[in-house]
Design a protein around this ligand. Sequence first.
Ligand code: AMP
Length: 574
Amino acid sequence: MHNEAPLISIVVIGIGLAFLLGTLANRLRTSPLAGYLVAGIAVGPFTPGFVADQALALQLAEIGEILLMFGVGLHFSVKDLLSVRAVAIPGAIAQVGVASVLGFGLALLLGWPPSAGIVFGLCLAVASTVVLLRTLQERRLVDTRRGHIAVGWLVTQDLITVLALVLLPAFAAVTHDAAGHASGPAGTEAILRTVAITLGKVAAFVALMLIVGRRAIPAVLHFVAHTGSRELFRLSVLSVALVVAWVATEVFGVSFALGAFVAGMVLSESQLSQRAAEETLPLRDAFAVLFFVSVGMLFDPSVLIKAPFGLIAAMVVVGIGTPVTTFFVLRRLGESWVTAATIAVGLAQVGEFSFLLADLGIALNVLPRAARDLILGTSILLILANPLLFALIERARPWLERHDPIPVPALTGETPAPEPEPVGLQPTLLADHVVLVGFGRVGRLVADELARHEAPLLVIEAGEGDVPLPEGGTIEVLRGNAADPAVLAAANLQAARLLLVAIPDAFEAGQIVEQARALRPDLRIIARAHFDAAVEHLSRHGANVVVMGEREIARSMLDWARPAVTSADTPSAA
Ligand code: AMP
């Protein structure tokens, strides 16, 4: 194909194909990620037909990572990060250590020199931030303790990678020299100096952000908000994310991901800036998709035939070695089975950091080229397997929770925060009950009032955060997405007296209403909407009453305004 505009081609074909195959994957009941990866393989150089520009794809993927980490930072405060440090830092160091040793052993088995083994081991030990975050987001786990530990773990791994990347050239020089003259002490000194400088730069960056950025960034946003231009305002938020990430990398030698994460964290301190920044994030999803496409593009399927032993062994290191170590380390640190299992499975993959390390290792002649194929093969196969493993953990979760022995006392002295209540789709035994979907700003107020009445209440909430139930009344919580037929089936709508759909998304609410109506043609359904088309959509799908937030606000404002307006009118009327 004629390819005069490679950037446009990759964006159009990459996103278009990812959409088609992602939808197909979803239909086949697997994660859309599998579809994105296959889209990447299809536009990659190892399959016939259109070949997209790999270097461009990787850069676009990098932007996706910046936006993703920025988004995660927005929901993270410094306090959150500090609260998991006692688990995340030692945990990540132990896990990276064990996985590196396993990778090192595998490299020796493959007949590579020990220096290659060290780099290969590290490549297999660091997980992909993008993959783990996407999985956590898909399952709405980012704001739970499990999510916080996972992010702290990723940040620690990220720092280890940054160190490894700067140390690799010095390490390569030492290993090459070792063959010639003895340069041991001088080499060690050089390495120590590089470590000190790198850590110093990271510390300087974080300090700068926490001292100056914390004040300057919200001030800039307020200033731009005064211009009254929404466009400029969004642009300012996006600039903050990109510029901070770029400066972090170019000036301080920190990774893009870490830079963006800290920028988001600084903004998260103010709830208003946080909300504003969230508006800019839809871009993030499109770029995150390109990340998976770019990983698919790098994959050469012939490695499956050329090096099956190496590939299987590398997959065992990452797919079994890492999660088993992580699980035991987390247990030792006092975490519950569910927390330990979720994070363990989440880390059972490798991605962008491993590719970076491998590329540098090959460029410096420390790592053989074959290592790259093994790492890519492992990456793609384990990214494909990851959603399945997560689904297994979700299924096993009720069992894990029931059989978790008395929690191991935390070595750190910190008691882990309580996990959200068990999920499990046990059908409710309630009858003549009210079903309330969504326990957010609206659902909570509704539940508070309903608890005062005698009707039993069943709350369906998809998020994993706390559901602080009001006092009194019979109340049950069902965890899950109410648009999922299995969740709705567990709500015993057949015997319910009322369904309240208190979620903001019109598409999802429409799905819920439609399914509920099919299950119970005579059920009274009250739904929430935020724009006229949504009111129409929900009514069409079977809601008896649709309450539109904005109209209610207007009505209430008028109620409050009326006395003032009428009293102003009165004198002239008199
Ligand atoms: P708010 O807009 O603050 O009232 O929050 C809406 C709440 O509904 C949030 O807590 C969401 O987690 C929850 N929610 C959104 N979609 C669904 C869904 N499909 N099923 C169950 N809960 C949902």
